[in-house]
Design a protein around this ligand. Structure first.
Ligand code: SF4
Ligand code: SF4
Length: 352
């Protein structure tokens, strides 16, 4: 397993790490097997989020006998200091550890969210205080827009950035990665398997390795997937342009036709609906099962999808011919109807 320095943190990390999303859906025994095998084969970066339910607990138990030999990372999606602090304390308890190597602000979507987090009383202060107290070794940020990352780096001292990098999202490889690494900040790439749309691990991972982030984290649901990923890492090798084009085509033949590339051509919406954000939330809801988070974020959208008058302007502008109206309707039904159903159940059971 190749290892790299994680920026100037002083940590040495495996170029392939494990992401925590799958652990919320598999048993502790299955998690232990994956973590044990990964550790034996040289992986030392285990990264998750408070959002991913009991994944911190499972990782904590999985690494218990070799805690000091691994790099533990997690993140909070809370925006206020008081809530961020509670999340950090909960993460420490969940992992069963005295310190967490990297603690990040999770999924900082927009400049507005970033400014809220960085303002007095914002979540960044909680991370800073806990770092000064020794409970956190390094502070990170995960985001999906380069401008958010770059402004964050101007505003505060982040040690690590997590950003999507895959054969579809090539933006980071085109400049952001080099910029961040030149500042001595660690770069952990996320979404190497393109939200599960990548047809095979081989091209997807070789593409990411060729871009050379410090590490990339990938979620694995079983030992077969883990062994496949490890075999790609061990074999190494360059990826060709033809292989990338074929991988894109193969993904399109699957369910990739609905995958929003966040190009922003659809900002023409006369109602001001943030279409790419809705599609993104729906991806998290549908593919990552981040139900509560997606519902909450959807409920906060302004304007909401109720403002859509079906004019079709967005579809005419989308260069990838995504059936946007159909996808928005699916998102609206799934993200709102189930919320309404839940409210009804709560009202019936609790009378509120
Ligand atoms: S169809 Fe709806 S979402 Fe699309 S541009 Fe028209 S109002 Fe906006
Ligand atoms: S135009 Fe299409 S690909 Fe681009 S952001 Fe809108 S929905 Fe996504």
């Amino acid at each position: 397993m190749q290892t790299h320095k994680l920026g100037n943190t002083g940590l040495e990390v495996s170029r392939l790490g494990l992401g925590g999303i799958p652990f919320q859906y598999i048993s502790q025994m299955e998690t232990n097997q994956i973590i044990q095998t990964a550790h034996e084969r040289g992986m030392n970066l285990f990264y998750t989020s408070r959002m991913y339910r009991d994944s911190e607990n499972k990782i904590g138990l999985g690494v218990k006998s070799f805690r000091d030999g691994v790099v533990l990372g997690t993140s909070t999606h809370k925006r206020k200091k008081i809530d961020g602090r509670k999340d950090i304390e909960q993460s420490l308890r969940n992992f069963g550890t005295d310190y967490i190597d990297v603690y990040s602000l999770h999924n900082v979507l927009t400049l507005g969210v970033l400014r809220e987090i960085m303002s007095p009383g914002g979540a960044y202060q909680a991370l800073e205080e806990m770092r000064n107290a020794g409970y956190i070794r390094h502070v990170g940020i995960s985001a999906h827009q380069p401008e958010t990352v770059l402004e964050a780096l101007e505003m505060a001292a982040f040690d690590v950035v997590e950003f999507p990098l895959n054969f579809i999202d090539r933006e980071a490889a085109a400049g952001l990665l080099a910029d961040i690494q030149s500042r001595g900040i660690g770069f952990v790439s996320i979404k190497p398997m393109v939200f599960g749309y990548a047809a095979t691990a081989s091209v997807a991972l070789r593409y990411v390795f060729s871009a050379a982030p410090d590490s990339t984290i990938v979620g694995t649901y079983n030992l077969d997937e883990l062994n496949e990923n490890l075999a790609v890492e061990e074999a190494g090798g360059e990826v060709t342009g033809d292989e990338i084009m074929e991988a894109i085509a193969a993904s399109e033949r699957g369910c990739y036709k609905v995958f929003c590339r966040r190009c922003e051509n659809c900002v023409v919406c006369p109602q001001g609906i943030d279409i790419k954000q809705v599609l993104r939330l729906y991806e998290y809801f549908d593919r990552y099962h981040s139900w509560d988070w997606a519902r909450d974020a959807y409920a906060a959208l302004n304007p909401s999808l109720e403002a859509c008058d079906n004019c079709g302007a967005c579809e005419r502008e989308c260069p990838y011919h995504i059936p946007i109206k159909r996808q928005l309707e699916r998102a609206r039904v799934d993200l709102m109807a189930r919320r309404s159903a839940r409210r009804l159940v709560r009202k019936k059971l609790l009378g509120k």
